[in-house]
Design a protein around this ligand. Structure first.
Ligand code: NDP
Length: 282
């Protein structure tokens, strides 16, 4: 039976470490500020934004929130981002995605200063990751590396297979595993013999966006399985991209949904915000 990798416990550890660091910075006279922008009032986005503000409060980061109406124009949003880019009291800027259709997501992402890009979505941040320079890393994959490291799972030399190649999960995940000296394969909807490829993995990351698709037939005995997916099943219960019940019989370690990767995303967002206050300030 697989060991459960507990994202709630590990994310709490990270948040507590950050809380201490933030208290130390405050003693040196440095207060960390994060701006959280939401356009419109999509209920799921409101929940995410609320959780992010709560995490800021817990850690001691000052959060400024901007709740803009649904009909906000792109120019208005860009003007706000421009003002926040120039505000020294704001170290991180987060625009909750998705934005309404009159606003182009890529333009908004590019407008945020790479020095305040705590989501790690700016092309400069992505480029820095791919050539090994300093910059922010997308929070979900960064959180997965922490889950592995803090669970004592070695990445170096391991066969790592990532299912999914999105810009926010699959691709940065693969780059991070490579940075940790894993031997990395990225798979996607056009991959041939997906099961065979997945079965090679010592570490298998499922970011495919299909409920319970990865069952035991995709998993090598003793593999570590990380489930990024979040879905609601027919009974309105959360489930992931991995069929937990069958995979836990063959894996050596597995993340549950909920309580695995999910809580790590916000913890790493907080980590990035603290980094923003020190990384570019030397
Ligand atoms: P996307 O839909 O952007 O990407 C899914 C990827 O899976 C694509 O690369 C796609 O391939 C690939 N794929 C789809 N079907 C198959 C298939 N049958 N076989 C092989 N590959 C396939 O999703 P995201 O990366 O944004 O998210 C993935 C999951 O993670 C979702 O469930 C999402 O809700 C969840 N998520 C969870 C987060 C968290 O905090 N826990 C944060 C972000 C996402 P192709 O490129 O060829 O189309």
């Amino acid at each position: 039976m697989a060991k459960i990798i507990d994202g709630k416990v590990i994310s709490k550890q990270i948040k507590d470490e950050l809380k201490e660091k933030v208290a130390g910075l405050r003693e040196e006279g440095k207060e960390i500020g994060m701006a959280v922008i939401q356009v419109g009032n999509d209920p799921a986005s409101s929940v995410y934004v609320g959780n992010k503000k709560k995490a800021c409060e817990y850690i001691g980061i000052r959060s400024e929130s901007y709740e803009l109406p649904e009909e906000t124009s792109q120019e208005e949003l860009l003007a706000l981002i421009d003002r926040l880019n120039r505000d020294d009291a704001v170290h991180g800027i987060l625009v909750q995605l998705p934005v309404p259709e009159q606003i182009d997501e890529d333009t908004v992402i590019k407008a945020i200063s790479p020095k305040k890009d705590v989501d790690g979505f700016h092309p400069e941040s992505v480029g820095a990751l791919s050539i090994g320079q300093k910059g922010f890393v997308s929070c979900t994959p960064a959180g997965i590396i922490q889950l592995l490291k803090r669970s004592g799972i070695e990445i170096e030399g391991k066969e790592c297979v990532v299912v999914g190649r999105s810009n926010i999960v699959g691709k940065p995940m693969a780059l991070l595993l490579l940075r940790e000296n894993g031997t990395v394969t990225i798979t996607h909807s056009r991959t041939k013999n997906l099961k065979d490829v997945c079965k090679r993995a010592d570490i298998l990351v499922a970011a495919v966006g299909r409920p319970k698709m990865i069952d035991a037939s995709y998993v090598k005995e003793g593999a570590v399985v990380i489930d990024v997916g979040i879905h609601r099943n027919e009974n309105n219960k959360l489930c992931g991209d991995v069929d937990f019940e069958s995979v836990e019989q063959v894996a050596s370690a597995i993340t549950p949904v909920p309580g695995g990767v999910g809580p790590m995303t916000i913890a790493m967002l907080m980590h990035n915000c603290v980094e923003a206050a020190v990384m570019f300030d030397e």
